[in-house]
Ligand binder design. Structure first.
Ligand code: 8YV
Length: 347
């Protein structure tokens, strides 16, 4: 799917972008977007919607895209080269989401199809969910509630459901972009010590803002982290970044959080570690083969498993929709869309 995505995408920057001005564009929205957003789009364009919100099959997508000028897909759609090539009139893919790993950027680029995404607007909600999962796991919230709900609580006890304080713990952040920094901000407030690994070291002033310590050596950072949170995009380089071998470096009580993409962790290997209680716990909002989940994860203790909800607030989803509209409007007026995908987000 990826190929040499980013070289190609970067080459695109040098290419002359051909714009077409039109309000007669046909837009295909693959899923049901917030009401307000669909209404706005329908006021200005001819929209093919998906009222049932059922995920379109591969062949349905291939068929529906044929006469479409603009595609608005979501993370749940795999838009590969063959689908893109079926869109004979396709000019713009305005992704409803930040990550673009669901799209074949190389084929889009080769066919002069622009790609946009929705950065910034889901940062705070994603960081809130990271904090939620960290606290739930550290304070054993799920076990504690289960005890009460199953009638197994016999009253207060001095050593009942003992958790761990966040203050003073090493928080290893992999990928210190917008979301990584928002997570660092929250964890610093509650006393965490921020460590980070990034392709590029941040400026001294940003490091100071989060009291963050840079580690060029990922192995070293994860081997001393009490909590690890993943915030890099999924690219060919980050596939199984946390491989079976690397996961063995984790501290015995380490908690691992992933709200980025499931493919970044070897899920099978992580499931084995969790099931055997070789690490402290995990908070996973994304999975390697969504919506499938490695079965033993479901039987592991001290895990929080969520169905990819990090940006699931009305505020985020409407703001994502507004970004999609803005990108389409710019494109329809023959202007460069503000969120044109040009290079990887890791920098
Ligand atoms: C979105 C996400 O909900 O934006 C992303 O990259 O992973 C999610 O938070 C999803 O992409 C919607 O398509």
């Amino acid at each position: 799917m990826f190929g040499d995505i980013f070289n190609n995408v970067q080459k695109k920057e040098k290419k002359k972008i051909i714009f077409m001005t039109s309000n007669n564009f046909i837009i295909l929205i693959t899923r049901k977007l917030p009401e307000k957003i669909e209404k706005k789009l329908k006021q200005n364009f001819k929209v093919i919607d998906n009222k049932s919100d059922r995920r379109l099959s591969y062949s349905e997508l291939k068929k529906k895209i044929q006469n479409v000028d603009i595609l608005v897909p979501c993370v749940s759609d795999t838009i590969d080269g063959s689908i893109i090539k079926s869109g004979k009139k396709l000019k713009l893919i305005a992704n409803f989401g930040n990550g673009v790993d669901n799209l074949d950027l190389v084929t889009a680029n080769e066919n002069n199809i622009l790609v946009t995404n929705t950065p910034d607007v889901l940062t705070e909600d994603t960081a809130d969910l990271v904090l939620t999962m960290i606290l739930m796991i550290s304070r054993k919230v799920i076990d504690a509630q289960k005890k009460l709900l199953t009638g197994n609580w016999s009253g207060w006890g001095p050593s009942e459901t003992m958790g761990k304080r966040i203050k003073g713990q090493n928080i290893g952040i992999i990928g210190m972009g917008r979301i990584g920094c928002a997570v660092a901000h929250r964890l610093k407030v509650i006393g965490g010590k921020i460590l980070y690994h990034n392709r590029k070291r941040l400026s001294k002033s940003i490091e100071k803002q989060y009291s963050a310590k840079y580690f060029s050596d990922l192995d070293l950072m994860i081997s001393i982290s009490d909590i690890i949170s993943i915030h890099c995009p999924y690219t060919p380089e980050t596939f199984h970044l946390l491989s079976k071998k690397r996961l063995k470096l984790l501290k015995k009580n380490c908690i691992i959080i992933n709200t980025s993409r499931g493919e970044i962790i070897d899920e099978q290997a992580l499931a084995v570690l969790l099931y055997r209680k070789r690490i402290g716990g995990a908070g996973l909002d994304v999975f390697e083969h969504e919506p499938q989940i490695t079965p033993s994860l479901l039987e592991s203790q001290n895990v929080v498993l969520l169905p990819h909800i990090s940006s699931a607030t009305l505020e985020s989803r409407e703001a994502m929709g507004e970004r999609v509209i803005k990108n389409i409007q710019f494109f329809a007026k023959g202007r460069t869309p503000p969120d044109l995908v040009k290079k990887p987000f890791f920098d």
